[in-house]
Design a protein around this ligand. Structure first.
Ligand code: SF4
Length: 332
């Protein structure tokens, strides 16, 4: 039986402290995650107050797409593109014109940012040269911001991308340092942190977030939030595991909607002025509660998640406006 004398966390007070320039502790972040369903609206209200301060009711749409797919040498257990999985389209790096056409389509659909993704541990010299050429053309020809997610980077590669006009680089920490070795052994958490550092040092914005629902604990989730804060992540994509049938995590149960919402709220309170983006697994894990995610998050991926489809851009737009939020244009 639950101890009813247990002291409840005052989420309103947490929001007030964050809005006054203070921070929440790891213990308080854990309390957000451990709160019960009766407290869900109080948790979301606290996150919403902070969200509104920094982002108003604005929602930005991001489109993410593979420029190279499958047959990755790495063994990330959750990923359908790893060498250990199968069943996803496999193709080498697209041509500059093909990447440009994809970005054009995203721009036409009203996306604020286009993220070019390549499977693999790290880009080769030839791949990077082609990607830089595509980025130069996108910058010159399209009204859209850019992001790239190409795996581990050296400092020289980060500078090359910056010089080609890239705005932002994505490299997720995914989970805590403690839990990471159970998700991947082909590279280390230190490798990932090193890439986040070279991205920041090159003057690129850092997009780094995680994947929740792989069997990690509440403390792992809190540790990830604080690691992202320490790494200076400017944008935090929040993925909820949608177990892929050919991966090792195929049998992992999906997170419940309320659990997803508590994770988003916790991240908003730990990283008050950073973009928090609902990413993969949004539709399948949040279900009918999807619109509530916008009370903590300020952006979403639309049109799918590399190897899994989304509900579609028309439905995303309707969801945003019907929930009382405002679709941001390219200048907002
Ligand atoms: S490095 Fe990227 S593409 Fe390769 S298995 Fe890991 S997550 Fe998938």
């Amino acid at each position: 039986m639950k101890d009813t004398t247990e002291k409840k966390t005052d989420f309103d007070l947490l929001a007030h402290r964050v809005l006054s320039g203070g921070t929440i502790t790891r213990g308080e972040a854990a309390a957000v995650l451990r709160s019960d369903d009766d407290e869900l609206l109080a948790v979301l209200q606290a996150a919403f107050r902070v969200r509104v301060r920094h982002f108003g009711r604005r929602v930005r749409l991001h489109v993410i797409e593979n420029a190279k797919s499958g047959m990755c040498s790495e063994n990330c257990r959750y990923c359908g593109q790893s060498a250990d999985a199968s069943g996803v389209p496999v193709y080498p790096l697209k041509s500059v014109d093909e990447i440009l056409a994809d970005a054009h389509e995203a721009s036409q659909a009203g996306a604020y940012r286009y993220c070019i993704v390549t499977s693999g541990r790290a880009p080769s010299t030839a791949e990077l040269a082609r990607l830089c050429e595509a980025l130069r053309r996108i910058r010159a020809e399209l009204p859209i911001h850019t992001c790239a997610s190409l795996g581990l980077l050296t400092a020289a590669q980060a500078h090359e991308l910056k010089n080609a006009g890239l705005d932002r680089y994505n490299h997720n920490l995914e989970t805590s340092a403690r839990f990471f070795p159970t998700t991947c052994t082909a590279h280390t958490y230190a490798d990932r942190l090193a890439t986040t550092r070279v991205v920041k040092e090159a003057g690129l914005e850092l997009c780094s977030g995680g994947l929740f629902g792989m069997g990690e604990t509440v403390d792992d989730r809190v540790a990830l939030a604080f690691a992202l804060k320490e790494a200076g992540s400017d944008a935090v994509p929040v993925n909820f595991l949608n177990p892929r049938p050919t991966t090792v995590l195929a049998e992992q149960p999906r997170l419940k909607p309320a659990e997803c919402l508590r994770i988003l709220a916790m991240l908003r309170l730990v990283l008050p002025d950073r973009e928090v983006r609902v990413a993969g697994g949004r539709e399948v894990c949040l279900g009918a509660m999807q619109p509530l995610a916008l009370f903590a998050a300020d952006s979403i991926f639309t049109r799918g998640y590399l190897t899994t489809p989304g509900q579609g851009i028309a439905q995303d737009r309707t969801m945003i406006t019907e929930a009382g939020f405002i679709l941001a244009g390219i200048d907002h």
